[in-house]
Ligand binder design. Structure first.
Ligand SMILES: *Cc1c(COP(=O)(O)O)cnc(C)c1O
Length: 359
């Protein structure tokens, strides 16, 4: 049987997608080969690549003003790519710091330019929150403003898109496709695939076309958005199998009714889990309500010494990978698009039983 897998990444994929991939593994579309055994430049593969891009554009309502790139190196390589590509004018950028991922992003950018870090992670009455934009010291001459929409480890998410006249750049690795998004507000959106898109190895960058040509001269060709856009993300061999699987996930999402339909389910899932945690008296989530993540729900137990028992008993109920990130401890349930409502119901039911038994 398939377990409910709450791993933060690489994360659960829809069972229907894996079944389709399995059925096509040895003999893809009657060609007698796997899709991962053919040239990325073949007509057959180009059709896969183009369909995936078209479906992603449909799902996110991405206009022709944007290039959609299928890259490698993860979101972590984008931390460098963003700076190398966009710091061109005066080498200055603003970075909003709200947790571990946005910190990694600005630390990487600091290699290439003058980075104004805005510390927007606030602790107040024992709760974490993102400070309102009115309290940020944004600079007048930044090439762009960077933030991480959802801090996957902290479980902290922006409740609204920051408002700026500078190109807005955001790491959406753990929140892309989880809720409707107005792409036109952004200069650049990037996301590693392994949370809400597909398997690891693929990274999506959605780049406004007027930003394509500002790269610093030292920027490697494969990191240049302009070169990748010109070459259909095939400057070199792309992650063909991950790209194909991402395409299957996009088809699955469209069949579910698209991002709005999955968002409604995501809201139900998150509300069920947070409501239970809040009223349990046994579990605790440290994030202020407006900034609670829709996708990653960290929580602690009333008695820390019960953590190992909690994980072991959860595993017996086929509820997997609930340990928090190694840097922060505690528990974390990642409830990405591929986790159905039934998965969260099963988790809450287990948490109730566990609290009753050990509380
Ligand atoms: C997972 C994650 C990353 C890192 O992604 P890699 O693909 O491992 O580089 C960066 N940012 C956020 C918000 C993430 O969730």
């Amino acid at each position: 049987m398939r377990a409910y897998n709450f791993c933060a990444g690489p994360a659960s994929l829809p069972t229907a997608v894996l079944e389709k991939a399995q059925a096509e593994m040895l003999d893809w579309q009657g060609k007698g080969v796997s899709v991962m055994e053919i040239s990325h430049r073949s007509k057959d593969y180009m059709a896969v690549a183009e369909k995936a891009e078209a479906d992603l554009r449909k799902l996110m309502n991405i206009s022709d003003d944007y290039a959609v790139l299928f890259l490698q190196g993860g979101a972590s390589l984008q931390f460098s790519a963003v700076a190398l590509n966009l710091l061109g004018k005066n080498n200055k950028a603003d970075y909003i710091h709200t947790g571990i991922w946005s910190e990694k992003a600005y630390k990487e950018a600091q290699r290439y330019g003058e980075i104004n870090v805005i510390d927007a992670l606030k602790q107040q009455d024992g709760q974490f929150r993102i400070s309102p934009q009115s309290e940020w010291q944004l600079s007048n001459d930044a090439c762009y403003v960077h933030y991480a929409d959802n801090e996957t480890i902290g479980g902290l998410q922006f409740s609204e898109i920051p408002d700026t006249d500078k190109p807005l750049v955001s790491d959406f690795s753990s929140s892309i496709l989880s809720a409707p998004l107005d792409v036109s507000r952004f200069g650049l959106i990037y996301a590693g695939a392994q949370k809400n898109i597909g398997p690891a190895g693929l990274t999506i960058a959605i780049v406004r076309k007027d930003l394509l040509d500002q790269a610093q001269s030292i920027t490697p060709n494969v990191l240049r958005y302009s070169e990748q856009a010109k070459n259909g993300s095939m400057l070199n061999t792309p992650a063909t199998y991950s790209w194909y699987l991402a395409g299957l996930v996009f088809e699955w999402l469209l069949a579910q009714g698209g991002v709005e339909a999955i968002h409604a389910i995501n809201q139900q899932k998150a509300q069920l889990l947070y409501d239970y945690i809040d009223q349990s008296g046994f579990y605790h989530n440290p994030i202020a309500k407006p900034n609670r993540s829709l996708m990653n729900v960290p929580f602690t137990l009333a008695d820390e010494s019960l953590e190992k028992t909690f994980l072991a008993e959860a595993e017996q109920r086929h509820l997997l990978n609930l340990a928090g990130h190694r840097s922060v401890g505690g528990m974390r349930a990642s409830i990405y698009n591929a986790i159905p409502l039934e998965g969260v119901q099963a988790l809450v039911s287990f948490m109730q039983d566990f609290a009753k038994k050990h509380g």
